[in-house]
Each structure stands twice: as C-alpha cells, then as structure tokens.
Design a protein around this ligand. Sequence first.
Ligand code: MN
Ligand code: ZN
Length: 339
Amino acid sequence: MKAVQIEKPMALKIIDMEKPVITEHDNVLVKIKAAGICGSDVGIYHGTNAAATYPRVIGHEMVGEVVETGPGVRKIKAGDRVIIDQVVNCGHCYACRKNRGNVCADLQVRGVHIDGGYREYMAVPESDVYLLPDSLSYEDAVMIEPTTIAIQSCSRAELCEEDTLLILGCGALGSSILKIARLSGAKIIVVDVVDEKLQEALQNGADYAINLAKEDVVAKAREYTDGYGPTVSIDAVCNKTSLATLLELTGNAGRVITMGFSIDPTEITQFKVTSKELDIRGSRLQNKKFQQALDLVNEGKLDLNGSISHRFHFLDAQKAFDFVDSRDPSIRKIVLTFD
Ligand code: MN
Ligand code: ZN
C-alpha cells in the first residue's frame, strides 16, 4: 500500500509500505477514507515540531471504514464508519493512573511518535475507534479531532456559564474553541490581528472582538468585563508575549490555558500569578473526548458540515503541503482523500 512519509524536515515522500494485518485479538483494520491536514502536521513537515521523530508517516485526523475485525472485537463490525483516536498510552504511569493518558510518560501519538493516518490502511485496537454519525461525510468527520482538542481546553479551564472567556487567536484552533466554548453559555471575547477573522468569530457567537494590532488588549478586555478581566483565557497563538499578556489581563482566581509547543523563552512575573492566584494550566491533545464530540454532533448542538475548504488526493500530498505554504487566505481546512 502507499503512504505519505516525512523522511526528514522538508522531505515528503510517497512510499510503499506493508499493508497492516490484524495482529491482536482486539484489532480492527480500517481502510482510511479521509485525513485532515493540521498545523502540527505542517510543523512536522517544516521540522518545527519538537515532539516528532523521523522518518514518519504523519496524519492524526484519520477516518475510514472498518474492513476486518479480530476475533476478540465485540462492538465494531466490518462496514462501520469510524474515526481513530490518536493517543496511545502505557496505562500504568502516574498520569495514566490519574486518568490523564494524554500526558502519559510514555506517550505515543499516531502521526507524531508512531506512524499515523496518511496511508491506505491502519490496524488499531477496537477501543481506539469511534462510530461516526450518518449525518457526517468522511471528509467533514476529520473535524471531530480538532473539536476534541477544543473540548480538552475548555474542560481544563473548567469553563462554565458564569465565566468570561478570552480566546487569543482566531485561526483554526481558536475557531474550534469558540464553537465549543459558546455551548457553555460563557461570555466570549476573541482577539486577533485580522479584522476578517474577528468578524467571522462574531458571526459564530463571540460577544466581543479586539484587534490586537489596533487596540490595547488589556484595557479592552477589562472594559468588556466591567473592570474585572476575563476569568478564563486560552492562548491559541503562543508567541513570545502571549502568555505574559494573558497573565496581565486575566482576572483574580482565573485560569490561563496554554496550548503552544514553542520552546522560546518568555518573560513572566510571579507577582501576576501569585497576587491574583491564577492557575496556569497546559492543555495537550485530548483525553478520551471523542465520544463527547460525537454526542454534540448527534444531538444537533454542533454542525461540522461544510468545514472543508480544499481537497487533495493523498498521492498529491506534496501539492497540498505546498498550497499550505502559499498561505492562501481561502484556506480553512484541507483534507486528503483516498478513493
Ligand atoms: Mn489536529
Ligand atoms: Zn502512561
């Protein structure tokens, strides 16, 4: 079978690979139908993802059809349409025992540390696949994974109705967070430097928008919260100043959620954290959030239809990644197809 491999940074290859077979009792064999391109896939291609190892078959937003099941498989059958969880963990370290396997000491993420979904077939444990709603096409279903990332950040923030949330960044990540956060009933402030993205966020349920390039974000955030400051802020940008800005503007007893992977040092003061008793919490990947995301779709609370802006056949992955690098403003979500 064919696969898309990043041999080393900036070297994308189509390779021949052995088609996987069911080796474990509980395995299902999935014929991949669609796989999303995420910012972190682009980071592995560019060589800026510190977690990745090479050579690697990338792709962690992977959906497909079950074509074969092992003898111990109970709930899943051939013909089922599924999405595959990207997190593989050891199950017995401290984090795993605390039910936080997404930060397992021996974490293996499909498409990052082990081979992922840009290939024709994958064999995975039954417990790692989730049934797709009939209402969702394979292509739109790749958006379930970014949704789980958003659910993870809101759950780490303990976001609820009485909160005011500030989302820094209205890109793909910020937009997914907005879609989930608005279901909590919290008031939402979005921040970006591009007016069009802020307008889009306002149409998608944000209450206030701040253009960081033109306005004083700290003053505006206070103004929109009667002087208190947002009670939750999420950094969906991660640059040199973003964390310091959020520590400055977040209100007393608030939570500041980080999601970035930058290893650049950033200067912060303990006074901001201590005096307001802020919680700074990381949010990484997602912790068994697939069913929650799928339930939101099934209940009609979340509409992921029409999320895809561009499609490429997976054998044309080079063209797709070149297109990402062109930074075309029409890019929202790009999906690789396999038929
Ligand atoms: Mn992703
Ligand atoms: Zn573990």
